[in-house]
Design a protein around this ligand. Structure first.
Ligand code: C6P
Length: 405
């Protein structure tokens, strides 16, 4: 342990709550993470002391709010090691980032018969926007299959890449199986065919160091609320040469250079993709969240969560009737499971009565559930503040619920 977890937990007031008279054991970090004081206080402070719309004012507060907003863009750039802040587009979250890309890329370069490649373990956010675009353009969605262990079949991907392929879209970490996909290798394979790659980083950015230049991906999406930041803000990273080629997604204020009744010219990057008033309070708070995790060290967070996940897997495998979904060689801080024939919703509801928050259901990955032949799982997902004692509480909780059936 390279940071003091008890001290860290004090930064998250919600972790001290009791639920049904039991200490909260929050294991739903894959859905959203809790927020440290530093993040919430930055939001309160901005609303109380700085608030003004960004970019459009000549007055002091507007300039100050703009400076905070643009400093946040720089904080994001640094955090994922993008080359330039022109490559950092603020969105409402991973979902909006992917919708933006699917629309703009579709408009720019997808024709009838073209192919879009996604993986078997994508979240609906990285399926449906592509499906919608394929529907509009007459393109075809193709799927990289996976093994029973939950690893993508890269030999099959190799055979799928051809001159009709327009993009490969793949999650960095599966929100169900915990699989860490070999995205760097996937990028290399796609680039050999001049095909760009989008990485859905919703479940990787909170857990491991990410360097978009090292990955060499063309696009990368993530959400603020999963990395200890506020809801309502996310990021689309795109290589400048790609973003330059794509048309805007939404029209409105800030994304224009000139507007006449006849025609509109568009603003420079990244503003071309940022129509309307951005959530500048959230972008500032996101920067605070990134500052917070960077101070703990992403390597340290990764090491802590790896250790915790291994411990959880070891202990959970000993529970009678336990089925854990996903057994990839490289996996992250997510454990999806079912016990005997106990329905996932029953398990989740009864664990909740013990103060243990997990997620149940299809986790917005229905095609993956179909591949696994199940309707859903119970999912425990860990964050930087979770402890071995909380894993013990989970294991004791599962055993208690199992005895009731
Ligand atoms: N997964 C989960 O409990 P948004 O909702 O836009 O912040 O993130 C969408 C998203 C995209 N990709 C992946 C891999 C994700 O895990 C998620 C969100 C949450 O697993 C809520 S469904």
């Amino acid at each position: 342990m390279m940071y003091d977890i008890n001290k860290v937990r004090e930064d998250f007031p919600i972790l001290a709550r009791q639920i049904y008279g039991k200490p909260l054991v929050y294991l739903d970090n894959g859905a959203t993470t809790q927020k440290p004081r530093q993040v919430v206080e930055a939001m309160v402070d901005e609303y109380y002391n700085v608030n003004a719309n960004v970019h459009r004012g000549v007055h002091f507060l507007s300039q100050q709010a703009t400076d905070l907003h643009e400093a946040s863009r720089e904080a994001v750039r640094r955090f994922i090691n993008a080359r330039s802040t022109d490559e950092i587009v603020f969105t409402r979250g991973t979902t909006e980032s992917i919708n933006l890309l699917a629309f703009s890329l579709g408009e720019a370069m997808v024709k009838e018969g073209d192919e879009i490649v996604v993986s078997a373990m994508e979240h609906h956010s990285d399926i449906v926007p592509w499906q919608m675009m394929c529907g509009r353009k007459g393109a075809v969605l193709r799927v990289i299959p996976m093994t029973d262990e939950g690893e993508l079949e890269l030999e099959t991907l190799e055979g799928m890449l051809n001159e009709r392929t327009r993009i490969v879209c793949c999650t960095h970490v599966s929100n169900v199986l915990g699989t860490v996909n070999p995205v760097k290798q996937i990028v290399k394979m796609a680039h050999a065919h001049d095909v760009p790659v989008l990485i859905d980083g919703a479940q990787s950015v909170p857990h491991m160091p990410v360097d978009v230049q090292d990955l060499d991906c063309d696009f990368f999406a993530f959400s603020g609320h999963k990395v200890y930041g506020p809801t309502g803000v996310g990021v689309l990273y795109g290589k400048e040469e790609w973003l330059e080629k794509l048309p805007p997604y939404q029209g409105g204020g800030e994304m224009i250079k000139n507007v006449t009744w006849e025609r509109t010219t568009y603003n420079v990057l990244p503003y071309k993709f940022e129509a309307g008033t951005p959530d500048y309070v959230a972008t500032h708070a996101l920067a605070k969240a990134l500052e917070y995790v960077a101070a703990l060290g992403m390597e340290n967070i990764y090491a802590h969560e790896q250790e915790l996940t291994q411990y959880a897997l070891e202990r959970m495998r000993q529970i009678e009737g336990m089925r854990i979904f996903g057994d990839a060689a490289h996996r992250d801080a997510v454990v999806s499971f079912l016990v005997g024939d106990i329905h996932h919703l029953d398990m989740g509801t009864l664990l909740d009565r013990l103060g243990i928050a997990v997620r149940t259901g299809h986790h917005c990955a229905e095609p993956l559930m179909t591949r696994l032949g199940i309707s859903g799982t119970v999912r425990a997902s860990f964050g930087l503040y979770n402890t071995r004692e909380e894993v013990d509480a989970l294991v004791a909780g599962i055993e208690k619920v199992s005895r009731m059936f």
